[in-house]
Design a protein around this ligand. Structure first.
Ligand code: MN
Length: 228
């Protein structure tokens, strides 16, 4: 009886583990939902162009940049940990590819709401309230000059912090002053919202909260803490 339960547990755990396992190694993953799944908050055409043109181009350019090097077999986290030694073209495309892969998973149809459990508790104790967290995170994205990302990150001390990065950089890169394990990301490049929201980045960010996949963020949070 006990053995059967363990098998059952393995069966339901494996797909979840695979979902979180980004890029093993350098595989271009399918979008985890349909292009129109995030309507009306993020429109179908934006998703089509963003995933199939922008994301794919970052991936293809990354693969070209590492061709014939040992990085063809190197985990992304290891590449990011020494990205300062790499050419800018590799850094931009490695980040562009990996950040988007995470971004798709941070969203889902019928998402939004409020995170519960340990993540909900940590957000409340770190930022005062969930609303305060949302405000600070949105500001981080809104104030990023030009193109970049907003992140919720688990630091080396296990504590949460909000950060934003320029271009396609991310908190795993050794070029960043504040490093850690990202558990939520928001793309604030104009290509992420311009078709529907034009210059109104704030409106895009407000709408985006309705598609956040908190189950996934909670999962990344648990994994980040487990690595400490
Ligand atoms: Mn993008």
């Amino acid at each position: 009886m006990k053995k059967i339960f363990v098998y059952f547990l393995a069966l339901i755990t494996i797909p979840v583990a695979l979902q979180a396992q980004k890029d093993p190694i350098h595989k271009f993953a399918p979008l985890p939902y349909a292009y129109d799944a995030l309507e009306p908050y993020i429109d179908k055409m934006t998703m089509e162009i963003h995933y199939d043109k922008h994301h794919r181009a970052y991936y293809n350019n990354f693969m070209t940049a590492i061709k014939g090097t040992e990085m063809e077999q190197t985990p992304m986290l290891k590449i990011f940990a020494s990205i300062s030694t790499q050419p800018v073209v590799l850094r931009n495309n490695a980040g562009g590819y990996w950040n988007h892969e995470m971004f798709w998973n941070c969203m889902k149809s019928n998402g939004g709401g409020t995170p519960t459990g340990k993540l909900g508790d940590a957000i409340t104790s770190t930022f005062g309230s969930f609303d305060n967290f949302k405000k600070q995170f949105a500001e981080s994205g809104a104030k990023r000059f030009g193109s970049g990302w907003a992140w919720l990150v688990v630091g080396a001390d296990g504590k949460l912090f909000i950060n934003s990065t320029a271009n396609q950089d991310n908190p795993l890169m050794n070029t960043e002053e504040k490093r850690g394990t990202p558990i939520l990301c928001l793309d604030v490049w104009e290509h992420a919202y311009y078709l529907k929201y034009q210059n109104k980045r704030g409106d895009y960010i407000s709408a985006w909260w309705n598609v956040v996949n908190w189950d996934y963020v909670q999962q990344l949070y648990a994994e980040a803490l487990a690595k400490k």
